[in-house]
Ligand binder design. Structure first.
Ligand code: UDP
Ligand code: MG
Length: 323
């Protein structure tokens, strides 16, 4: 969803070409190697850049290594959280700090390959605002890949965005996209959806993916339950936040009409002496549907009242204003 305020529609000529944002929690074993790989690629690319490491409250020696890297390399910028706030929070703060005309995000565990950076940036130039990496040949345990396929399929189906891999850590953005996205909770899984609904042109590119070399994944099985709830949040807030009654009202009315029809039918039968209502469970079903219907319409109306509190001109993504 789009942030309410303060993004510039006309970008001032940025000095810096690329910001690389790396969120990390307890990744001490891979940081030096990652930094080295990024440096090699960026030296070859001959563009100005910064690497923003966002330490999500690591408990291992990650921060010590980051301090070292910061001392050795002027491209390195480090943000350290006081405690673990999560990957979305780390990305969000990294986005806020980023000064580049373009931004690339990548995981710190070496599963994403810095060699992909130039290709992703090229893909952006084909009239896209966001290029999401696609882990086409994925090197993860099957317990992760199967649910993830299902998720990607459902998300694609529900949103109509034709990409295969929504939650790839490796993504490239035009600077204005990240300044506008509001990533909180665990919504980093649905960044392409949020960007798409804000009006940005989202594309994808197949990228190399490696097995995790050091350490272990930072997300447990709960990722799938939370991921599902977050999908609901994203679908609801992107489509219906400004017109909640359209969602709740439709289902409320359908439920109310179905319930009324059922009970009316049973009441007529009862009046004609054909049935006794005490042994018709269907009567209760009808009753329930009527109550649910009224509830839904009421929730929709409450939603409309909340929507009214917003300023009507806020929250829309503006590409340009000519004055
Ligand atoms: N990460 C983080 N905070 C968290 C969880 C993960 O900053 O609370 C970072 C992690 O260090 C890594 C990236 O997010 O750089 C992706 O995490 P991970 O590799 O554990 O996810 P997976 O590859 O299993 O989806
Ligand atoms: Mg990983």
């Amino acid at each position: 969803m789009a942030k309410k305020s303060s993004f510039k529609t006309t970008r001032s000529a940025s000095q810096l070409y690329l910001s690389i944002v790396v969120p990390l929690y307890d990744e001490e074993a891979s940081l030096r190697e990652l930094h080295e790989k990024i440096s090699v690629v960026m030296t070859r690319l001959k563009k100005s850049y910064e690497v923003i490491f966002v330490d999500d409250g690591s408990d291992d020696g990650s921060y010590k290594i980051l301090m070292e890297l910061h001392r050795q390399d002027p491209h390195v910028k480090v943000v350290r959280f006081r405690r673990r706030f999560g990957k979305s929070a780390a990305l969000s703060v990294g986005f806020h700090e980023a000064k580049g005309e373009f931004v690339v995000t990548m995981d710190a565990d070496l599963q994403d390959d810095p060699e992909e950076i130039p290709g992703l940036l090229d893909a952006l130039n084909e009239n896209r605002d966001l290029i999401s990496g696609w882990k086409k040949q994925r090197h993860d345990p099957i317990t992760k890949t199967i649910p993830s396929r299902f998720f990607n399929f459902v998300t694609g189906l529900m949103t109509g965005i034709p990409i295969h891999d929504f939650n790839c850590g490796l993504k490239a953005y035009r600077g204005e996209v990240v300044k506008e996205l509001n990533i909180y909770g665990e919504l980093h899984r649905y960044i392409p959806v949020l960007a798409h609904y804000a009006g940005y042109r989202v594309g994808e590119k197949a990228v190399l993916h490696h097995e995790r070399k050091y350490g272990h994944t930072k997300f447990g099985l709960s990722r799938f339950f939370r991921g599902f709830l977050d999908l609901l949040t994203v679908l609801y807030t992107t489509r219906y936040i400004r017109r909640p009654l359209h969602l709740f009202g439709v289902w409320g009315i359908v439920s109310f009409i179905a319930g009324t029809a059922i009970d009316l039918y049973l009441s007529i039968e009862w009046a004609m002496g054909l049935t006794s209502l005490s042994n018709r469970p269907l009567f209760l079903v009808g009753f329930l549907l009527i109550i649910i219907g009224i509830q839904f319409v009421s929730i929709g109306l409450l939603g409309e009242m909340i929507t009214r509190q917003q300023r009507p001109d806020e929250g829309y993504s503006i590409r340009e204003i000519l004055e």
